[in-house]
Design a protein around this ligand. Structure first.
Ligand code: HEC
Ligand code: HEC
Ligand code: HEC
Ligand code: HEC
Ligand code: HEC
Length: 452
């Protein structure tokens, strides 16, 4: 990949296009471009209608305007950066990925979305299609190299456009390209986002299945039918659906559950084993903003008379396991530090998750060892108890049947739920409820009989 990169950069040098930008990446690229160097999405939409409509519906077009991002940047990250030297870099750094045009134009901090500046364009068509490669060995922290202008980085050779030139650039289709924004190292040197690094170790990566195969699949079509575009069997659909897409989440984690015995007596012991597998994602579930996501396993048994029993998961005894079993513990006290609140007790660590449920998570810990949703304030991690690609985990639920359980069939239901943000944090910060509404990822039922 690096050889290609060097080759491409030199082609651009020879071509004479925006020589200044070549090779400048990451923090060093701050203020190296003008907004005018990038065309707006509306220009591309004149010809690439379907792709434009697809892009408007994915989160990357909203990476700056999305309400939750606005709240986290302006109410937590920015004030924190302005007060504490250790995290000062995030003032511009957040924008390197979320409002790359503003970052490159040196418009930092950008005006709020309501002001309608070009920061609002987020990860735009022309931004992605001006990226020629990345700097260094590992893609992370917006270390992409941009070369905006007449040449759009594309896929094929031999296609022509009335509006722009095309450079066939294999980098665009690589996982490293995505990694420039989907890997993040924070001011403490921690990998607080590692979707590409997780993917690298996945069975999917070994099989040659990349990010775009799942997030931007190929379909037959024509990307610019009204302006001379050609038909192809494999046009990349710009869906980029992820945690904000119910359908993408449903079935991504599967669950099956079985009892240790098919018949049992009231008062006896029995064990239910649930197997949970990350069946569809080429990275951990949750990935990326793992500090905010909550994925949990909920098991309920119902006897023949309709009486329901919530079963708490059995502890396994590994270090830091308490972070992975829901309880009423408080966390996120660093929100109080950031907002300079005196005696802020914290917020419910597990939000809406019923106590006793297993949470598949990677706890992000602040410099004082408390769980945080501020990825930039993460000094260490707790145990990585997420669901890794194509790996299954068994969870057991030991149950002493109540002496008065009704005779007949007991139904045991296991559900895996996904919430994009801890509910307590969302309500405290005023983040729209839709980010918290749980999505059912997987469900299964089993039965056993209680003898009369
Ligand atoms: C006036 C119409 C028009 C406009 C405006 C336009 N394009 Fe295109 N573009 C085309 C046509 C036609 C093709 C060729 C499609 C084909 O034959 O596959 C094309 C191809 C492309 C390709 C694919 C190249 C390849 O074959 O791999 C990319 C990437 C691209 N355009 C990006 C953009 C971006 C980004 C913008 C806005 C900044 C833009 N285009 C604006 C007409 C246009
Ligand atoms: C997050 C980065 C990103 C954004 C934003 C983005 N694209 Fe793309 N685009 C890609 C990737 C990746 C490919 C496929 C590369 C490959 O297959 O090697 C692609 C492919 C294309 C193609 C070629 C389609 C084909 O297969 O013939 C066109 C045309 C295109 N994009 C236009 C656009 C337009 C127009 C927009 C905005 C409405 C846009 N892109 C936004 C990353 C992006
Ligand atoms: C084999 C298919 C597959 C591959 C390969 C894959 N993904 Fe995903 N991705 C998924 C599925 C399914 C989900 C939904 C489950 C989830 O949110 O974890 C997802 C979710 C995501 C999310 C939202 C994660 C979250 O929890 O907030 C992001 C961001 C993402 N993928 C980016 C990437 C990037 C970048 C790559 C390449 C480095 C990649 N994906 C590779 C299938 C895939
Ligand atoms: C210039 C930086 C940048 C690049 C390059 C980039 N992304 Fe993203 N991506 C983002 C940001 C920022 C978000 C978060 C948007 C938001 O604020 O919710 C995001 C969101 C996403 C999501 C939606 C996650 C969700 O929660 O629903 C998916 C899927 C995704 N990206 C996949 C990709 C893939 C695949 C590639 C490579 C083809 C890629 N991205 C390249 C910056 C980037
Ligand atoms: C290296 C690129 C990068 C940097 C730097 C970065 N982000 Fe993000 N951010 C992303 C990506 C990619 C996602 C989507 C990840 C996912 O869905 O898993 C995201 C997601 C988010 C989300 C969740 C939005 C959602 O809809 O899921 C918020 C809020 C956010 N970022 C705020 C910030 C703030 C504040 C900063 C600065 C402290 C920051 N980000 C720095 C790339 C970045």
């Amino acid at each position: 990949m690096k050889r290609t990169l060097v080759l491409l950069t030199s082609i651009i040098f020879i071509g004479g296009a925006v020589i200044l930008a070549a090779g400048v990446a990451g923090d060093a690229a701050l203020g190296t471009q003008a907004y005018e160097n990038f065309e707006s999405d509306e220009v591309c939409a004149e010809c690439h209608v379907d792709i434009a409509r697809q892009h408007e519906q994915n989160l990357m077009s909203q990476s700056f305007t999305h309400e939750w991002d606005e709240i986290e940047y302006y109410e937590l990250a920015l004030p924190h950066a302005e007060r504490i030297a250790k995290v000062a870099g995030i003032k511009a750094g957040c924008m390197g990925c979320h409002a790359p045009l503003a970052f490159l134009a040196g418009d930092i901090p950008p005006k709020k979305p309501s002001e309608g500046t070009r920061a609002n364009e987020g990860v735009s068509c022309d931004l992605c299609h001006s990226i020629t490669g990345f700097e260094g060995d590992v893609p992370f922290n917006f270390n992409f190299i941009v070369s905006p202008g007449e040449i759009k980085q594309g896929v094929r050779t031999g296609t022509e456009s009335p509006h722009h030139k095309i450079a066939a650039n294999p980098f665009l289709g690589s996982a490293e390209f995505c990694g420039t924004c989907h890997n993040e190292k924070d001011p403490w040197g921690q990998w607080v986002k590692a979707t590409h690094l997780e993917w690298q170790k996945s069975p999917q990566a070994k099989a040659g299945i990349t990010c775009i195969d799942c997030h931007s699949p190929k379909a037959a079509g024509n990307s610019a039918p009204e302006s001379g575009g050609a038909d192809h069997s494999d046009v990349r659909q710009h869906l980029f659906h992820g945690a904000h897409d119910q359908g993408k989440l449903m079935g991504a984690a599967e669950v099956r559950i079985h009892p240790s015995t098919t018949t049992a007596k009231a008062g006896s012991n029995l064990v239910l084993t649930a197997t949970v597998v990350n069946a569809k994602a080429g990275h951990a579930i949750p990935s990326g903003s793992a500090e905010e996501r909550v994925v949990w396993l909920h098991v309920v048994a119902t006897d023949s008379k309709g009486r329901a029993f919530h079963l708490p998961v059995d502890a396994k005894g590994f270090e830091g396991e308490n972070f992975t079993i829901a309880s009423d513990t408080l966390a996120y006290q660093d929100i109080g530090d950031i907002k300079q609140l005196k005696d802020f007790p914290g917020l419910k660590r597990d939000g809406q998750v019923p106590a006793g449920d297993r949470i598949f998570r990677l706890p992000y810990l602040d410099p004082e060892g408390r769980m945080t949703v501020a990825q930039w304030n993460t000094a260490t991690f707790g145990p990585d108890y997420r669901l890794h690609p194509l790996e299954a985990r068994n969870e057991t639920f030991s149950w002493t049947l109540p002496s008065d359980i009704a005779a007949g069939q007991v139904t045991v239901k296991a559900e895996v739920w996904y919430s994009r943000l801890v509910a307590s944090v969302a309500s405290y910060l005023g983040i729209p409820n839709e980010e918290v509404t749980p999505v059912l990822m997987g469900v299964h039922e089993t039965h056993f009989t209680v003898g009369g």
